[in-house]
Ligand binder design. Structure first.
Ligand code: ZN
Length: 299
C-alpha cells in the first residue's frame, strides 16, 4: 500500500495554537495544542514540534492559518507579519519569516478564517458549494470567501467583521467596542462587545435572554450584505456565539425577513436551514484547513 503524503499544519490562533501532521481528516499522525503566549515561546514550541518530522523526511511543507490582522500580500515587504494587534507582544511579528528561518521548508500562509473556510470546502460542509463563505463569530468576527477552491485575497484579505450594519440606538444604546469604528459588526456583535454591553460573558447569558434576538439581528444584517454582494452558494457560521441553541433558527428567519423575497432562489426561500449552516469540522476546521492550504498550494 502506498503511503499517503504527509503535511504539517498550524492553526495559529490568538488564544491557542494547534500543530498537526496529517494527510487529511482521516489520517492524523500527530497533533499538539498549546496556549498562545509570547511570540518567541509560542512559535518556539511549534518549531520544536515540527523539527523531528522534517529531519526524518516525513514532511517537507507546512500550511499556516494565522490570526490577524495579517499581511497576506506576497509583494508587500511585511508579507507574513501580524500587523498592529491588541494581543500583547504580537504586533509586527514576522510569523512567516520566523517559521521559514527556523524550519527551512516551503510554507503556505493565510488568515485563520480563510484557512478554516478552505478546510470546510475540502472536507466539510461546503464541499461542492462554490463560492462559499465561512464566518466566525467569537472573540472577533472574520470571514473567508472561497471561490474556485481558493480564498479571495485582493487589496487585502477581506475584513468582513468590520462591515457597517444598521444600529438602532434605542433598541441597543451600546456604542460599540471596535477601536477603529465603534459600532461596526464586530464592534456590536463579537464576544467582547457582548461582555462590555451586558457585564457578563455571552456563555453565561441564558439562551432566552432578550439580547440574543438583537445579536441575531446584527448577524442577519451582515449576512444579507454578504449574500447580496458575494452570492455564496452556502454560508457556514462558526464561533462561540453560534453555540446558543436559538441562534441559527433566529438568524435564518431574520435573513429571510430582511431579504423580503428579493432573492428568488429555493434555497433562500424554502431551504434556508441548508443555506446557513454550522461547520462540519468544528474545532478541527483550522488545523485541517492549514493542511488543505498546503496540499493545494502547488496547483
Ligand atoms: Zn470595526
Amino acid at each position: 500500500m502506498q503511503m499517503k503524503k504527509l503535511y504539517g499544519g498550524i492553526e495559529a490562533g490568538g488564544t491557542k495554537f494547534v500543530c498537526v501532521i496529517a494527510s487529511g481528516p482521516s489520517h492524523i499522525v500527530d497533533e499538539i495544542r498549546f496556549k498562545t503566549t509570547t511570540p518567541d515561546e509560542t512559535l518556539g514550541r511549534a518549531i520544536k514540534f515540527f523539527q523531528p518530522f522534517i529531519s526524518s523526511g516525513q514532511i517537507n511543507t507546512i500550511g499556516v492559518g494565522c490570526f490577524g490582522p495579517l499581511d497576506v500580500t506576497p509583494e508587500s515587504p511585511t508579507y507574513g507579519f501580524i500587523a498592529a494587534t491588541p494581543k500583547p507582544g504580537w504586533s509586527n511579528t514576522n510569523v512567516l519569516g520566523i517559521l521559514r528561518g527556523a524550519l527551512g521548508i516551503k510554507i503556505a500562509f493565510d488568515t485563520d478564517v480563510n484557512v478554516a473556510g478552505l478546510g470546510e470546502y475540502k472536507w466539510g460542509v461546503s464541499q461542492g458549494y462554490d463560492p462559499s463563505l465561512y464566518l466566525t463569530i467569537g472573540t472577533g468576527i472574520g470571514g473567508g470567501y472561497i471561490k474556485e477552491g481558493r480564498p479571495l485575497v485582493g487589496l487585502l484579505s477581506p475584513e468582513m467583521g468590520h462591515l457597517r450594519i444598521p444600529h438602532d440606538r434605542e433598541l441597543d444604546p451600546f456604542q460599540g467596542a471596535c477601536p477603529y469604528h465603534g459600532d461596526c459588526f464586530e464592534g456590536l456583535a463579537a464576544g467582547p462587545a457582548v461582555e462590555a454591553r451586558l457585564g457578563q460573558r455571552g456563555e453565561t447569558l441564558p439562551d432566552d435572554h432578550p439580547f440574543w434576538d438583537v445579536e441575531a439581528g446584527y448577524i442577519a444584517s451582515a449576512l444579507v450584505n454578504y449574500v447580496l454582494s458575494l452570492a455564496p452558494q452556502r454560508i457556514i457560521i462558526g464561533g462561540g456565539v453560534m453555540q446558543k441553541s436559538s441562534m441559527f433558527p433566529t438568524v435564518r428567519t431574520k435573513v429571510q425577513e430582511l431579504l423580503n423575497n428579493y432573492i428568488n432562489h429555493d434555497v433562500v426561500l424554502n431551504k434556508i436551514d441548508e443555506y446557513i449552516v454550522p461547520p462540519a469540522l468544528g474545532g478541527r476546521a483550522g488545523m485541517l484547513g492549514a493542511i488543505a492550504l498546503i496540499m493545494d498550494s502547488g496547483k
